[in-house]
Each structure stands twice: as C-alpha cells, then as structure tokens.
Design a protein around this ligand. Structure first.
Ligand SMILES: C[S@@+](CC[C@H](N)C(=O)[O-])C[C@H]1O[C@@H](n2cnc3c(N)ncnc32)[C@H](O)[C@@H]1O
Length: 240
C-alpha cells in the first residue's frame, strides 16, 4: 500500500513500500514504511509523519501531456454545478484525463471523448493509477455527437466548443449543465454568443478565477513570487 511521508519541509508519495525509500534526507527502512498515522525517521534522523494517501496525493502525480485544467477551475465547476454521486457526466477532450479523473472521484460515471489515440493511452494510465472504475473513454469527435442520454453535466475543454452545442443539446437532461473552458476570450465569446441565440440554452455566467497564493513566515507575509497567471474562462450554461 502506498504511503505519504510529510514534514514541514517536504512531502513524498511512496508507491512501493516493499523496499527502502531513498530521499535527499537519507532513507526510510521498508519495515518503517508499514507504519501508519505515526512518525518515522530516516537513517540520518529526519522525522516525517506517515499516513495513507488521499485521492489528491495521487492526483497531483498523474501523467500530463495536454494542458490540464488547474484545481482552482475544477473547484469552480464542481461548486457551480453541484454534481454529486448520482451525476452522469461527459467530458471532452480528455487530454491528460485530469478533469475527467477528478470528476470521476465525485460522480457516478464519466464518459470522456478524445480524438487523439496517443492521449487516450495517457488517460488510461491515469485512470488505472487512480483506481477509478467509473470512466469510459471514447475515441470519438464530440462535434459529431454524444451517444449518452440524460446527462447531468457536459464539460468542454476544446478549441471550438461552439461546434459541440448541438451534440450537447441532445444528450443533456432539462436543467443539465454545459460548461465550456477556454483559455482565450474570442473562443469564449463565440461559444456564449451561439448559446445566446439558441432557445434551448440559457447562459448563466462566465467567470475567471484568479488565485493568489501567499507566503507566511513570521512577519514576512506577501504573495508568492511565482504564481499561476491566467488559465482560462469558464462559461456555465443550462439546457432548458
Ligand atoms: C486542453 S486538452 C483537455 C485537457 C483536459 N481537460 C484535462 O484536464 O486533462 C484538449 C483536448 O481536446 C482534444 N480534442 C480536440 N478536439 C476534439 C474533438 N472534436 N473531440 C474530442 N476531443 C477533441 C485534443 O486532442 C486535446 O487532447
């Protein structure tokens, strides 16, 4: 079983606890890696807490190829749509499968569409690594249609999201959410303008989340010098 080792300076995810684990602080003995909710020392006496990983500890280590949606934006999507363990979700394109995997950990099922076979291989690895059993991957162009029906949420992270509006319309439940994530405003505007001219959808809102992380060390309290700058605009739309 994997373990997390953490102290005030560092954190490690140990996937294989059947052998000693080497770090820049010295090594942990395999016998100690069997412990849980406790503290263990390296051979150079550096103390770390040891505990079972949470989903997020694994998630932060997934393989990445395409640009993934950052957690601040994933959080917005989850909060604004209120999805839960009864929800049926469609995601496109899969990319690295980051959003798809995060959502799969919360909802009943996720179907993810991706046109690139090489990306699908990465998504499969990430799904296996996270032990998710409720994800279906389709090597299909979502602009050509969505096979699923009665879907609660469709999330688009694609170059031309407006081309998926007709596919989404047939798949979504009344009241279901269509969310489009785009890094640039022209894409966002083309998507929302098409929605505004479609009697079967209502545009709820478009937002950008700006996250500013702070460093706090005694009286040295200031924004971290390296920050995520802009990521994307998130548009929320409902099927009526
Ligand atoms: C930015 S990535 C998505 C990243 C993903 N949301 C994540 O968090 O890992 C965009 C993906 O959409 C795929 N794609 C582009 N057009 C598509 C289409 N019409 N149908 C399905 N996938 C498409 C691309 O191949 C690419 O992998």
């Amino acid at each position: 079983m994997a373990k997390v080792l953490m102290n005030k300076n560092d954190k490690f995810l140990v996937k294989d606890t059947s052998k000693d684990y080497h770090t820049k602080y010295g090594f942990f003995k395999k016998e100690d890696l069997k412990k849980n909710n406790s503290t263990i020392n390296t051979n150079t006496n550096k103390k770390f807490s040891i505990f079972n990983p949470y989903f997020i500890d694994f998630y932060r280590k997934i393989k990445r190829n395409a640009q993934i949606i950052p957690l601040k934006d994933v959080g917005l999507i989850v909060a604004e749509t209120g999805i839960d363990n009864k929800s049926k979700v469609v995601d496109a394109g899969s990319g690295s499968g980051a959003l798809c995997c995060f959502l799969a950990n919360i909802v009943k099922e996720v179907t993810t569409y991706e046109i690139r076979k090489d990306f699908i291989e990465i998504v499969k690895k990430n799904i296996d690594y996270l032990g998710l059993k409720n994800v279906k991957i389709k090597n299909k162009d979502i602009y050509e249609g969505v096979d699923e029906k009665n879907v609660d949420l469709i999330v688009l992270d694609l170059p031309e999201p407006w081309k998926a509006i007709d596919s989404a319309k047939k798949a979504l439940k009344f009241g279901g959410f269509l969310v489009s994530y785009s890094p640039c405003i022209p894409q966002t505007a083309d998507f929302v303008n098409k929605i505004n001219n479609d009697k079967d959808f209502v545009h709820v809102k478009t937002s950008e989340i700006i996250e500013r992380e702070w460093e706090i060390d005694d009286r040295k309290v200031r924004p971290r010098s390296q920050q995520i700058g802009h990521s994307g605009f998130v548009s929320f739309v409902r099927r009526i």
